[in-house]
Design a protein around this ligand. Structure first.
Ligand code: SF4
Length: 215
C-alpha cells in the first residue's frame, strides 16, 4: 500500500463517519478557547470543562482576567494539573493580550506563540478551531496515531516533524478537521498502552498492527 492510498483510506473513513468532528472543550469565544487550551496541558478535557465555568463567570473577558491576582485566580484552578504555572500563565497571557493586542485574541500562530503559556501546539489549535486555518496541532494522541498508522515516516521524531508531514499530505481543506479525527482516534481507540486494535477500522492499513508490534 502506498502512502497516498493509506491517507486516502483513513481520510475517507473519517469524512464518511465523523465529518463534523470538533474539540471536546467547551467554549463560546476565542478568549474562552484560549484559556481552556492553556489549562488542558497534561489534563483531560473533561476536567477542564468542569473547571472553566467558574472562571468564565468571574472573568467574562480577557480584560477582567488581566486585572486579577494570583491569589484570586488560583483557587479556581487548583484542581487542575500544574495550577501554579497555569495561574501565572493565564494572568500574564491576559495582560499581554490587553497591552499588545488591544484586548483581542490574535489569530496568527506567530502572534499567539508570543503569549505566555502558548506554544506552537496551542497556537495551531486556536487558529484551526476558531478560524479553520490549515494548521495541525500535534499533541500526544496525534503524534502516536500518525506514527502507528504510518501516516508519517519513522524518522519523524518530533511534533514539528509530524506536523510538517501531515500538513504536506492532508488536503488543505481537511487539515483543521483531521486534527480532531486523529485526537479522537487516539483518545478512544488507539490508546497509548493497549490500543484497541480488534475494534479498529484501520487494521488493514495500519503499519504498527501489520508489523505485529501489538503486545
Ligand atoms: S490497528 Fe491498532 S495500532 Fe493501528 S491505528 Fe488501530 S488501534 Fe492503533
Amino acid at each position: 500500500m502506498t502512502q497516498k492510498q493509506r491517507y486516502q483510506f483513513v481520510l475517507d473513513y473519517f469524512k464518511k463517519n465523523n465529518p463534523l468532528a470538533e474539540t471536546e472543550l467547551d467554549y463560546i469565544s476565542p478568549y474562552q478557547l484560549l484559556v481552556s487550551v492553556i489549562l488542558s496541558a497534561q489534563c483531560t478535557d473533561k476536567r477542564v470543562n468542569a473547571t472553566t465555568p467558574a472562571i468564565f463567570e468571574k472573568y467574562e473577558t480577557v480584560v477582567l482576567l488581566s486585572k486579577t491576582t494570583f491569589k484570586k485566580l488560583f483557587p479556581l484552578i487548583k484542581s487542575i494539573s500544574y495550577p501554579n504555572n497555569k495561574t501565572k500563565h493565564l494572568i500574564a497571557m491576559a495582560k499581554m493580550v490587553v497591552q499588545k493586542f488591544n484586548g483581542i485574541i490574535p489569530m496568527t500562530v506567530d502572534e499567539l506563540v508570543q503569549l505566555p503559556g502558548v506554544g506552537r501546539k496551542t497556537a495551531n489549535v486556536i487558529t484551526s478551531v476558531i478560524d479553520q486555518q490549515p494548521n495541525m496541532a500535534v499533541d500526544t494522541h496525534v503524534f502516536r496515531v500518525s506514527k502507528r498508522l504510518g501516516l508519517v515516516k519513522d524518522s519523524a521524531n518530533t511534533p514539528f516533524a509530524v506536523e510538517k508531514e501531515l500538513v504536506k499530505n492532508i488536503p488543505v481543506e481537511l487539515i483543521h478537521t483531521a486534527h480532531h479525527w486523529l485526537i479522537l482516534h487516539g483518545r478512544y481507540t488507539c490508546v497509548a498502552r493497549k490500543p484497541k486494535c480488534t475494534d479498529c477500522v484501520f487494521r488493514t492499513v495500519c503499519k504498527f498492527y501489520k508489523s505485529n508490534q501489538i503486545i
